[in-house]
Design a binder for this molecule. Structure first.
Ligand code: 1HN
Length: 352
């Protein structure tokens, strides 16, 4: 390994001024910084956002800022290692907690970033995506793929809060992020449209095989289905293997969005689970239960509705605090993006 590349200070000042005047820079003083050996350098920290602390601030936003003044009433979960202004939980993943109060509507729009909602609390919220009204129950995952119209409403009582996850840092980073405003959508599909056709694993409408693939056949994944499937998987999975299910496009069996991947992980009573070290970054959201997460040497004690950031290439050890109940995590990662780039790796889970 060559650790003795020339430094900026080794070059004459007049030469550096000449380079600067020509909008140029020598690569070699920075080469190791942008291309380190063995593993990427990371600014993302193993961060932890406690719902207990953030919820009161979000409710206060509900008092301070009417929905008309916010469009989306959101507190963004910012990774301190990336700077609070950059609105990133990891280098590629944006997450925020969004509040909607009874009777409010968050107006219709569509945009280039991909978004999903994962419902944290409350009853009566809904999202209309591409003319389909999707009820929001606790733990439900709702996709708003790039370019599809979406708007939110609330027909129930009490606050409704969900976690938004977007590939915004990525799309903004490549200077491709923008939105278009729209008039309220006409709901043109029966309730349960996507679910009735595509929610049952292993079978799809016969006609869908004749037609060109719909890019996003299923937009809502109810938590009760996922939890039941996890329970069935847990019953046949050895103790040292992860009980984890990926949310997929039911027609392709592959990830449902191009950039971000979603999965649900069950920690059985008393279970301790070491995840393989992966090249993807991730956000973990606690659906139910409590435990500890040891991420690259930092221990976080998490509770229901907390959210954690996992940097790329991180060591992760999860432990369920309960010996009698399962703990459930919802996971967002950028593995689909990394797979498309040909850089996704599952590394040895090392004790480095
Ligand atoms: C967005 O469109 C929503 O539709 C939420 O609810 C959060 C953050 C950044 C950019 C667009 C929504 C967002 C967002």
């Amino acid at each position: 390994m060559n650790d003795s590349l020339g430094r900026l200070e080794d070059l004459p000042a007049d030469y550096l001024l000449e380079l600067k005047a020509r909008n140029t820079l020598p690569l070699w003083p920075s080469l190791r910084a942008v291309l380190p050996y063995g593993r990427p350098s990371r600014s993302t920290r193993p961060a932890h956002w406690r719902y207990r602390d953030i919820r009161p601030q979000l409710l206060r936003a509900g008092e301070l800022t009417p929905i008309e003044k916010a469009e989306r009433r959101v507190l963004v979960l910012c990774n301190p290692g990336l700077g609070l202004e950059s609105m990133r939980a990891t280098a590629t993943i944006y997450v925020g907690l969004q509040l909607i109060l009874p009777g409010e509507t968050a107006p219709n729009h569509r945009h280039t970033p991909s978004a999903v909602r994962f419902v944290v609390e409350g009853e009566g919220g809904f999202t209309v995506v591409d003319g389909e009204k999707l009820p929001m129950g606790r733990g439900d995952l709702i996709l708003t793929p790039p370019g599809l119209w979406h708007e939110h409403g609330h027909e129930g009582r009490g606050p409704v809060i969900w976690l938004d996850a977007l590939d915004l840092p990525l799309v903004y980073g490549i200077e491709a992020s923008y939105a278009i405003e729209g008039r309220p959508q006409a709901v043109d599909k029966p309730i349960g449209w996507g679910g009735a056709r595509f929610r049952h694993g292993g079978v799809v409408p016969y006609r869908s095989l004749d037609a060109p693939r719909e890019p996003y056949p299923l937009l809502r994944f109810p938590w009760q289905d996922v939890q039941r499937a996890l329970g069935e998987l847990a019953a046949v999975t050895p103790r040292d293997e992860a009980v984890q299910l990926a949310y997929v496009n039911p027609e392709t069996g592959r990830e449902c969005l191009a950039t971000l991947g979603f999965s649900a992980l069950q920690l059985r009573p008393g279970e301790e689970l070491r995840l393989p070290r992966r090249s993807a970054s991730a956000v973990l959201h606690v659906v139910e239960g409590s435990g500890t997460a040891l991420v690259d040497g930092t221990t976080q004690r998490f509770e229901t509705a907390d959210t954690l950031a996992v940097p790329t290439h991180a060591d992760v050890l999860l432990a369920n605090a309960s010996g009698t109940a399962s703990t459930y995590l919802f996971v967002v990662d950028d593995a689909p993006l990394q797979r498309k780039l040909g850089i996704y790796e599952v590394l040895s889970s090392s004790a480095r």
